[in-house]
Write a protein that binds this ligand. Structure first.
Ligand code: ARG
Length: 468
């Protein structure tokens, strides 16, 4: 091996080593299989770095052009599947740099001037998450749009509202669906908030201490569209808060997705019979010919655990790490990549599933009329007649008890029946025992009165359109 060849050996850092890396260690430490998906971000970061080196007078213009042309070529090679990923490449950064040197010769060795993989990988991950978060926001919006469309289509459908999974009070199906739109709205807020801290440019931090070269970091930030530059090099190379925040936001997205999924599983059961899922989203049984199983919502429910796990895995990696960069941080990527893929997939499926849902309006309405859902209306009636709420509650409780003992519901109670429990019941008492009236009275902000729900629907629709 000539002295010159030795300068560009296979491993960029092999200079101080005498022995070769054990292949088992190579395999163990390599992150290439996971981080190769960062190639576009890595190349974009390298191009911005070239420009910054040129501006600092470290690279001549012709050198910078040559490097950038080489980087563009590598990008094409990778995207077209022509790039040869070799096992000795520890990660995507090394793989691209080695190929660049192969392509453009000695000048390729100038790319890494004033840069470390530590600030490089932090940059790549920020660039990657920035795009992914934008995609998630769009995914959440589409899920919301599907719910809003269903709520509009089924605006008059009444269903039982539940607490403790016991029938409680009637609500509009649209109101129930819009609850998930509100959750997704908060999810978007959390992601947008995380985005503010993802959007900080770390390049120029070097390995940990900063750089000897007069790099105009604000220029790099402008080139890459970052509104801010990191202010402490030690922090910049070891900070993964932005990953943890994104995962935490994703964990809540999945908490909401799984609650909705669980309701779809329940509602599509014969016990509820509230909805029918589209055939395209169900599977059958290998043995029982009659089965139509809600696999998609079931899997969404289950994949929630996976995303929670990724959040905990990352938090555990971060816990107790001394400053600054530690190789532990390489374990940030697999969890966040899988979480992003999982959540993106689930949101897409949910939006389609909602679009194909058939609502069994009559079954829902029937369920809303049986089971004493109007008992609270009766208590509120007594309050109107001057009975303190606690007393009214007790009176109606006794009425319910009596009706149950006689195997009857509240719907067919007579005025005499009511008056035998309290003289405060007058002839307008029975009027409050209608589902429509009960809904209409819930007219304060956030209530299930149709007017309120329609108004909220309009606002949400307008906001979603403005985002789109
Ligand atoms: N593959 C590494 C990671 O993902 C890149 C940084 C490695 N730096 C180092 N000094 N070993 O974190």
């Amino acid at each position: 091996m000539t002295g010159r060849r030795k300068t560009w050996q296979k491993k960029a850092w092999a200079g101080r080593f005498r022995g070769k890396t054990d292949p088992k260690v190579e395999a163990f430490t390599s992150s290439l299989a996971v981080d190769r998906r960062l190639y576009r971000q890595d190349i974009a970061g390298s191009i911005a770095h070239c420009r910054t080196l040129q501006r600092a007078g470290v690279l001549a213009r012709r050198e910078a052009e040559k490097l950038i042309a080489g980087l563009h070529r590598i990008e094409r090679e990778i995207s077209e599947g022509r790039f040869r990923f070799a096992p000795e490449h520890e990660d995507i950064h090394m793989a691209i740099e080695a190929r660049l040197i192969e392509l453009v010769g000695d000048v390729g060795g100038k790319l890494h001037t004033g840069r470390s993989r530590n600030d490089q990988v932090a940059l790549d991950l920020r660039l990657y998450l920035r795009e992914e978060v934008a995609g998630l926001l769009a995914g959440l919006r589409r899920f919301q749009e599907s719910l809003v469309a269903l709520a509009r289509r089924e605006i008059s459908v009444v269903m039982p509202g539940y607490t403790h999974l016991q029938r409680a009070q009637p609500v509009l199906l649209a109101h129930h669906l819009l609850a998930y739109v509100e959750m997704a709205e908060r999810d978007k807020g959390r992601l947008r908030d995380a985005l503010r801290r993802i959007n900080v440019m770390p390049l120029g931090s070097g390995a940990l201490a900063g750089t000897n070269y007069p790099l105009d970091r604000e220029y790099t930030a402008r080139l890459l569209g970052f509104p801010a530059v990191s202010q402490n090099s030690l922090d910049a190379v070891s900070d993964r808060d932005f990953v943890a925040e994104t995962l935490a936001a994703l964990a809540l997205v999945m908490a909401h997705a799984s609650r909705f999924a669980e309701e779809l599983v329940l509602w599509s059961s014969q016990e509820f019979g509230f909805v029918e899922l589209p055939d395209a989203f169900c599977t059958g049984s290998s043995m029982m010919p009659q089965k139509k199983n809600p696999d998609v919502p079931e899997l969404i429910r289950a994949k929630t655990g996976r995303v929670y796990g990724h959040l905990l895995a990352l938090l555990t990696v971060l816990k107790g790490l001394p400053l600054s960069y530690n190789r532990d941080l390489q374990e940030d990527k697999a969890p966040v990549f899988d979480a992003l893929e999982t959540v993106t997939g689930c949101l897409g499926l949910l939006a389609s599933l909602v679009g194909g849902l058939s609502v069994r309006r009559r079954a829902m309405a029937r369920a809303a009329t049986a089971g004493f859902l109007l008992a609270t209306e009766l208590a509120d009636y007594l309050v109107l007649k001057g009975v303190p709420f606690r007393r009214a509650h007790a009176v109606v409780g006794r009425i319910v008890r009596d009706r149950m003992d006689r195997g009857k519901d509240l719907a067919d109670v007579s005025l005499d029946d009511l008056r035998s429990f309290s003289r405060a019941f007058e002839k307008d008492a029975l009027d409050v025992l209608s589902v429509e009236g009960a809904l209409e009275r819930k007219a304060s902000i956030g209530g299930t009165a149709r007017k309120r729900v329609e108004a909220r629907l309009k606002v949400l629709q307008k906001e979603l359109r403005a985002e789109g």
